[in-house]
Write a protein that binds this ligand. Structure first.
Ligand code: SF4
Ligand code: SF4
Length: 319
């Protein structure tokens, strides 16, 4: 019989940076469309892993001279290369022990965290009929789990005002993945360490798209704890993170570019600057929700992943 300690040690050996285990009852109260118990009704546990975004992948954007590293090595390669390989290798341990292991990297292109049986890429009748439940008691496929809530349920940290998941090791610098299994694993306690987010609001102030509301919040209760974060304008974030801001996009060089980069994410993210690892690029380097937040947490010495030099050394650039 495999133990929680063995499972967590093996996940790190496979390449995860942080790992925690949630019991499935912690998802009680989740919306039907986002409840992992509909994906694997006999599951006993969810293993959640965090994969660090190397601070160095953000250096080129901070200096204004090298934008591809974050979009590729800090984003697409973690989602589409590193996570799937780690999950494959990791799941072998559980299946060799006779337990089913369902791997979920943090990005499945079919759907997103608010699929509700609809495909937001489609319009009209097509959008309404994207999928339908296979029986009245089940949600329409595909159910998709809220990774940040899963990480919270696995005791890995907290959700900050920015809605980014914050861990005591890396702050907002990780991407998450999960494995659902029928192995009866002992869950980790919910995070009870020093509070990471102090509501400094730098994430909202520094966000290039002003996408994080400073007045409206979302409140949910998860595993008996009340959580709250700022309302995110996804319409704005989806345009600005991939380059809609003239002040923070040096690839915008003529009036047509302004229109091109401001297109809806599916086109705007592929305009002029090509995708990396078949994934649209992120040009603004998460200026508020990752960079400002990580610098703030670092200054307060709240993070375990410490550096010899501060991240911001020179006056930040702005076009
Ligand atoms: S920048 Fe400040 S308010 Fe925003 S998530 Fe980080 S610690 Fe919280
Ligand atoms: S990714 Fe960029 S635009 Fe989106 S919330 Fe973060 S800082 Fe704002």
């Amino acid at each position: 019989m495999v133990t929680s300690e063995q499972v967590k040690a093996y996940a790190k050996e496979c390449g995860a940076d942080i790992v925690g285990i949630a019991s499935m009852d912690r998802f009680e109260g989740a919306p039907k469309q986002m409840d992992p118990r509909y994906i694997f009704p006999d599951a006993k546990a969810m293993i959640v892993m965090g994969f660090r975004i190397l601070r160095g992948t953000l250096r080129g954007i901070e200096e204004g001279t090298f934008f591809v590293s974050y979009a590729s090595m800090g984003y697409a390669a973690i989602n589409f290369v590193h996570q799937p390989v780690v999950l494959w290798n990791f799941c072998r341990l559980l299946e060799d022990e006779g337990y089913e292991a369902l791997p979920i990297p943090n990005n499945f292109p079919w759907t997103n965290t608010d699929s509700s049986g609809q495909n937001p890429e489609l319009t009209g009748q097509l959008r309404e009929t994207w999928s339908r439940p296979v029986s009245p008691d089940r949600p329409a496929p595909d159910v998709f789990i809220h990774m940040r809530i899963a990480a919270f349920c696995a005791g890995l940290g907290e959700i900050g005002y920015s809605k980014m998941f914050l861990s005591p090791q890396f702050g907002p610098r990780q991407r998450l993945a999960a494995v659902i299994t029928d192995a009866p694993l002992e869950p980790d306690p919910l995070y009870d360490g020093p509070q990471l987010c102090d509501r400094c609001m730098l994430c909202a102030e520094e966000c290039t798209g002003q996408a994080i509301s400073t007045t409206n919040t979302v409140k949910v209760t998860v595993a008996g704890r009340d959580l709250e974060w700022g309302e995110i304008d996804y319409h704005k974030c989806s345009r600005y993170f991939c380059g809609a801001s003239r002040q923070y996009n040096p690839f915008m060089t003529c009036p047509e570019d302004e229109e091109g980069f401001a297109q809806p994410v599916s086109q705007g993210q592929r305009y002029k600057v090509p995708p990396t690892y078949v994934y649209g690029r992120a040009l603004e380097g998460a200026r508020g929700c990752i960079r400002a937040c990580m610098m703030h947490l670092d200054e307060q010495e709240k993070l375990e992943n410490k550096f010899k030099a501060p991240f911001r050394i020179r006056k930040p650039w702005r076009l």
